[in-house]
Design a protein around this ligand. Structure first.
Ligand code: ASP
Ligand code: MG
Length: 421
């Protein structure tokens, strides 16, 4: 059995859907489970819808109508005069969304509302792709991933309950997937009360890995609009090259520091079961792309990762006493409580510094909390974090082109630079 995962860019328009159908059709006689994301930028549009709905803004219904309209255009192009036969289920999903945004009872908890609304992106896209495949005589079984990916109820960042997920996937999905081509959603799951949850933005890769691990897949393939994993983002660096082989550990490190091709949680389940991961281009399906596995060669080129929109918190005591263990304990407890991840940390006599994502709704409560404990917090803004693996001697000079290096950390074969623009 193979797992294929197609991201939003692969199904952004009718031509994309036809291309995806073509790639799937090559495997139609083999066991295959296909995970598909929301189409194009639908998830972003649904996020706008959540914001407008939460704030009771009139624009919510316009935002929703625009989402419906763009899907309708795609349906019309895909199915032409037969569209009405296929779009029944999709229409019903639109209707459910309309009812959701009118439902006053759902508007108390932003994160809960988010999961209930944003999950529709994948429900709609998978219904459309499944129907299109059937219209092309490619039989398949659409399944609702929420019956299989069982999570806790931490909305927007739900944690998979492995035991329950394993049980239901093995008992219910495995027999089905042995006989049918399965089309399902990434990113979404079912929480403790049976409600919809999501695994965090770009979480569909992770869903594919979960299905792959439990179903004992021979491989998982993530189809992207890039040739595979590159050693750096070609939009930001010159002379980038494709990495044809990557170890699980290197892939985990790169994903952790922000290489956006692979979702950070994806590798762990695959590594545990030694299932190779392929990252391939849906535009050039016959190209080999990147293989992530245990039998890969060590990285032979430096990999560079650029994470923008960072800030540094410079924390000191009010009277500039030494930062001691007690302060560190308070700081780490607060980071954990407010779920803020410190990408880079550094401690000196009177300062603790950490670099975090610039997300106001997350760091402002953290800062207030630290302030209430008698700590001073100075925020340094407009930062980027650049990470280089297998750093070459000249990497520091190269990084200077992005701004002033205000912090540097070397760890084993990696160097991290915090840069002020
Ligand atoms: N559609 C979701 C997102 O854009 C999940 C995914 O694409 O992996 O974040
Ligand atoms: Mg997406």
């Amino acid at each position: 059995m193979k797992i294929y995962k197609f991201g939003g860019a692969s199904v952004k328009d009718a031509e994309g859907v036809r291309n995806v159908a073509n790639i799937i059709s090559q495997e139609k006689n083999n066991e295959i489970l296909v995970v598909i994301s929301a189409m194009g930028k639908t998830t972003n549009a649904l996020e706008t819808l959540v914001n407008a709905t939460f704030k009771n803004e009139k624009s919510a219904s316009d935002v929703l109508q625009a989402i419906i309209q763009s899907h309708n255009e795609l349906l019309a192009e895909l199915f032409q005069e037969n569209a009405f036969i296929w779009i029944n289920e999709v229409r019903n999903l639109f209707l459910e969304l309309e009812c959701l945004i009118d439902n006053e009872n759902l508007k108390d908890d932003y994160d809960f509302l988010y999961d209930q609304i944003v999950s529709y992106g994948e429900l709609i896209s998978t219904r459309i792709v499944s129907a299109y495949l059937i219209s092309q005589n490619i039989q398949n079984q659409w399944i609702d991933a929420r019956n299989f990916i069982i999570t806790d109820s931490r909305y927007r960042d739900a944690k998979v309950q492995w035991e329950e997920t394993e049980k239901v996937v093995s008992n219910r999905l495995k027999p089905l997937s042995a006989k049918n081509l399965i089309i399902t959603q990434g990113f979404i799951g079912k929480g403790e009360k049976g409600e919809t949850t999501t695994l965090g933005r770009e979480g569909s890769d992770y869903s594919a890995a979960i299905f792959g691990k439990i179903l004992g897949a021979e491989s998982v393939t993530i189809w992207k609009d890039v040739a595979g994993v590159m050693n750096a983002d070609p939009k930001k660096f010159d002379n980038t090259v494709l990495i044809s082989e990557l170890s699980y550990n290197d892939a985990i490190e790169l994903a952790y520091y922000g290489a956006s091709v692979i979702h950070p949680k994806t590798i762990q389940p695959l590594k545990a079961s030694n299932i190779p991961l392929f990252v391939k281009s849906f535009l050039n399906p016959s190209e080999p792309g990147t293989k992530v596995s245990d039998d890969s060669q060590p990285l032979s080129v430096p990999c560079k990762i650029h994470k923008s929109n960072q800030i540094m918190l410079e924390i000191s005591t009010k009277d500039f006493n030494f930062i001691v263990e007690e302060h560190l304990k308070q700081i780490f407890e607060a980071l954990s409580q407010y779920k803020v991840r410190a990408h880079i940390m550094q401690n000196s006599a009177i300062h603790f510094r950490c670099v975090i994502d610039n997300k106001e709704n997350k760091h402002m409560p953290l800062i207030e909390h630290l302030g209430s404990m008698g700590l001073n917090i100075h925020i340094i803004e407009n930062l980027d974090l650049l990470s280089v693996y297998q750093p070459i001697e000249s990497s520091r000079d190269e990084m200077k082109q992005f701004g002033n290096i205000i912090m540097q950390q070397n760890m084993g074969n990696a160097a991290h630079y915090v840069i002020q623009k």
